[in-house]
Design a protein around this ligand. Sequence first.
Ligand code: NAD
Length: 555
Amino acid sequence: MAKHPSGLEELPLGIDLLHDPALNKGTAFTAAERKALGLEGLLPPIISSQQQQVQHIMNNVRRKPSNLEKYLYLIGLQDRNEQLFYKTLIEHLEELSPIIYTPTVGLACQEYSKVFRRPRGIFITKHHRGHIRSILRNWPHKEVRILVVTDGERILGLGDLGSNGMGIPVGKLSLYTACAGIAPNACLPVMIDVGTGNKGLWSDPEYIGLPEERLQGEEYDALLDEFMEAASKTFPHVMIQFEDFGNKNAFRLLDRYRDRYCMFDDDIQGTAGVALAGLYSALCMTGGKMTDQKLVFLGAGEAALGIGNLVVTSMINQGLSENEARGRCWFVDSQGLVVESRTDLVQHKSRFAHDFPFHRDLFSAVNAIKPTAIIGASGQSGAFTPEILQAMAKWNERPIVFALSNPTSRSECSAQDAYSHTNGHAVFASGSPFPPVVINGQNFIPGQANNVYIFPGVGLGVLASESTRVTDEMFSVAAACVAKKATTEDLELGRIFPSLSRIREVSLHIATTVARLAFARRLTAMKEPSDLPGFIKSKMYSPVYQTDPRVETVA
Ligand code: NAD
């Protein structure tokens, strides 16, 4: 008897089969399947190929009047026909990832209570304390290997959205499946609703979360501790990805759990990986050496400090001492330049505080430091002013300008600004996508420093090797893999990341390198397969329809 992908139930028949998103093929069920599986009369007579269905879906997506409508249509498809959803997403990733993930997912989260139709994932609250394990056991799929969890406090650059932030784990896991072939039933989105500091939501009668103050302190930690323990026991070999936690919890929880569980924080480590990949590629264009760079970060939160720490690791690997490497990374936060004379610095920032005069604003700070690269992760729209960009172009033949803040409306500068104020010389990347730009007749395709280049591949490598930990070194090697995959043609167009259409190839390359590292560092009890890339590839989910296994036996 063939098993359902969940590993539990028997395969359904008739209308139940059409209502099962993992198995439904809609009008692509063949005549033999319709006859054998009780589907005759339940579908219109037409029999389509999966490719025709993909085309039909794309026609419908393109007809939708807004990106939010496109998002809702695609989520509806995911709920009806998972294989078709993923086939369409994989084939049109460049067009659809900004819908399924940032920036549209940000809009969807802001409207989540209104657009909420059916649950996908697990909602845990403080009222579940003491029996979180039994809550997790309510999830129908038993073979979960990746869990993406948020408490909704810092959704993209949009702030505290409470339970409405559930769109983020859902979207991230869709990308795991599309970009690295992690089977959908191995993915579990989790929202830990501990209340929300967004009081506007308390008075919203449509809000789906707990309209109360956020849990904090020991009670918060106890809830998280129980969750980590329960998740790791319920789902053996699970990897847990933290996503969009508030600044004060994200670093703390990463420090608390990274040596106890197989977990990482994508905002800190994944972002660091993709930005480091971008820097490696940028240096191929500028011809500079990593150890000669001077970087000024705008923002000193999860993203910026995560990148700074990984850059330091990379510079140390290339011969600098830790002090020398830290001396090349400068931070400007909401209070000004991070320097030793400041008394308000938390530990994560103070490691980058230099013995240097204080500068209140970015312009005077960059004037004093004269960096080779400016990296924005502050959520401050327009912070890279024309004066700053022009000054960068004066000091550097090819200034590196990364405006990473999301969504597009929060970007520190647009692609157009970056190129036009540097006379087309900037090496530019952004967090959210920007359309191509033409300057002086030259075409530029801005690179998107999308974490999707990193986390799916790292996750696939961790899962395939059954690694018990996710290490910074894995993100460092993943960055080098991504940079290696950007072609000369990509770089000539200014695109410092490989085309998203090649993401599964990139993810497989990262996964193989990460898994190899897990074996070399003895992070797994598994024996290394002789053909590691072949082994990993064989584990990747493919959403291509197969003939229903019951047809031969029943027909
Ligand atoms: P965070 O809340 O941890 O950090 C924000 C930082 O910005 C804080 O250090 C804060 O002091 C600083 N800041 C706020 N106002 C400022 C001002 N006026 N001047 C200078 N600094 C100011 O958030 P985060 O997780 O670090 O994310 C920051 C931004 O980066 C967000 O917009 C997020 O969407 C984006 N991001 C992009 C990527 C990517 O491109 N792949 C990945 C992660 C995060």
